[in-house]
Write a protein that binds this ligand. Structure first.
Ligand SMILES: Nc1nc2c(ncn2[C@@H]2O[C@H](COP(=O)(O)OP(=O)(O)O)[C@@H](O)[C@H]2O)c(=O)[nH]1
Ligand SMILES: [Mg+2]
Length: 441
């Protein structure tokens, strides 16, 4: 599929396929010149031109960027066309491009061309993906470091040290004098441990995997606990319906929110427990979503402590670990003084009305979400560095391991690092990597 693309001209929509101010279509390949002439009557020089395109829907204005090979990301002639972001216009234009012999790009096709043209390392290509999909500060920082080549430089240094160490291990077999050999082994294992510490720092948190979606923060509590009011205060705009009538929030309401650089999905759940106007119709669903939350805010208005404690305790019977994910939030602190919570959870007092206590709660949410942030990226660079780390840790942890066995592990770990750094991945690994990209990247 990608082989076909290398011989042809590919195109893809680089902006979301929905109504917007403008839509950007990317075209790479030999047809780009022909199309630039057709749409803008332009000779093929690197520049930005205005033109128009005749489509079945009518003649639409466009702005085109002409980028001649080889000084483009893909190494090929590239044309980028900006048209009004109307779904029909985009559909017509895509049809026209197909008629002109262009092919729909596979996911990640542009980035793959860039890698194949030597314009981007595999690590940088993967960083592009990680940056687009990152949901938190840690992942973003890592992706930017990968993209700028900083991670590759760090790993190159580590690989160079490992190469020297590997050579020293190989040479150590030549020492015959018992005493000398022991001193040599001590030095080798000391240097291996030092290198392990640096490799561990590079790999970061253990088992880091990218999250599929934003972590969730759920607002849970009895009707009239002030959930919707706090939800709106945290989101910063009126999204959820606030009412003195219990049971106003029927289904969960969701909004994206960011605390201290960490994105999350904030959930305003319907009320649980006594006083529910819906007689508990929506409560089971609210309890399920509370159990699944990454951070649970147990909301308690003045006088609701017993109700809240009862509900929260019932949840912990299903999942005892929920306690470590939960915070007790006493609401309407403008109306009543803070009371101790019966569940012994970390406690925050807030008022959605006066804004009191919101900053401290936001800060704590930032901390909690930061702890969840794995900074995960399954890039070959990190995958192989992690595999090498595991291999070396096992080797270093066994005091009885013969030097020959440790030397063999050091060699294998080095191969893993080299493989990641030299873009020397097998074809199926490349297919897997690029299949995770979106179309148009
Ligand atoms: N004084 C005061 N009233 C609040 C506060 N937060 C919510 N309320 C009121 O409490 C009632 C219930 O609030 P709501 O957010 O709908 O609660 P929910 O049922 O838990 O979603 C409404 O009349 C709100 O105006 C607060 O911080 N201070
Ligand atoms: Mg509500």
């Amino acid at each position: 599929m990608v082989a076909r693309e290398t011989a042809s001209t590919i195109f893809a929509l680089a902006t979301p396929a929905s109504a917007s101010a403008a839509a950007l279509l990317r075209i790479a390949g030999s047809q780009a010149r022909v199309l630039a002439q057709k749409f803008c009557g332009s000779d093929w020089k690197r520049r930005c031109v205005q033109g128009s395109i005749r489509l079945p829907i009518g003649t639409v204005p466009c702005i085109a960027w002409l980028m001649p090979a080889p000084h483009t990301l893909t190494g090929r002639d590239t044309l980028e066309i900006l048209v009004p972001g109307n779904v029909e216009i985009v559909r017509d234009l895509e049809r026209l491009l197909r008629e002109c012999g262009c092919h729909d790009a596979e996911p990640g096709a542009f980035t793959r061309l860039a890698v194949e043209a030597g314009k981007l390392s595999l690590a940088q290509a993967e960083a592009t993906l990680a940056l687009v999909t990152s949901s938190d500060e840690v992942s973003r920082r890592r992706a930017l470091a990968d993209l700028g080549g900083e991670s590759a430089r760090r790993l190159t240094d580590l690989a160079a040290r490992l190469r020297t160490l590997s050579a020293r291990y190989e040479m150590s077999f030549d020492f015959s004098e018992e005493e000398h050999a022991l001193a040599q082994e001590d030095r080798l294992s000391g240097d291996l441990r030092a290198l392990l510490a640096d490799l561990r720092a590079f790999v970061g948190r253990e088992g880091s995997q990218p999250r599929r979606e934003f972590p969730s923060v759920a607002l849970f509590g009895p009707p009239n606990a002030g959930k919707s009011s706090l939800f709106n205060a945290l989101v910063g705009q009126r999204r959820a319906l606030v009412s003195a009538t219990p049971g106003t929030t029927r289904d969960a309401i969701e909004a994206d929110a960011v605390f201290d650089g960490c994105a999350c999905k904030l959930l305003d759940l319907s009320g649980v427990g006594a006083g529910d106007a819906d007689l508990g119709r929506y409560a089971p669903q609210a309890r399920q979503r509370a159990l699944a939350a990454d951070v649970l805010l147990v909301l308690c208005a003045p006088g609701q402590a017993a109700d809240c404690a009862h509900e929260f305790t019932a949840l912990t019977r299903q999942d005892a670990a929920l306690r470590s994910r939960a915070l007790w939030v006493q609401t309407m602190s403008d109306l009543a003084a803070q009371e101790a919570n019966p569940c012994g959870l970390p406690q925050y007092a807030v008022s959605a009305a006066s804004g009191q206590g919101l900053a401290a709660l936001r800060e704590q949410l930032g901390v909690r979400l930061g702890e969840l942030a794995t900074g995960g990226s399954t890039s070959l660079l990190r995958l192989n560095a992690t595999a090498a780390l595991t291999m070396l840790e096992v080797a270093a942890a066994d005091p009885l391991a013969p030097t020959e066995a440790v030397a063999a592990d050091v060699r294998r770990a080095l191969t893993l690092l080299d493989q990641a750094l030299l873009n020397d991945a097998p074809g199926d690994v490349l297919d897997l990597i690029f299949s995770r990209f979106c179309i148009g990247k």
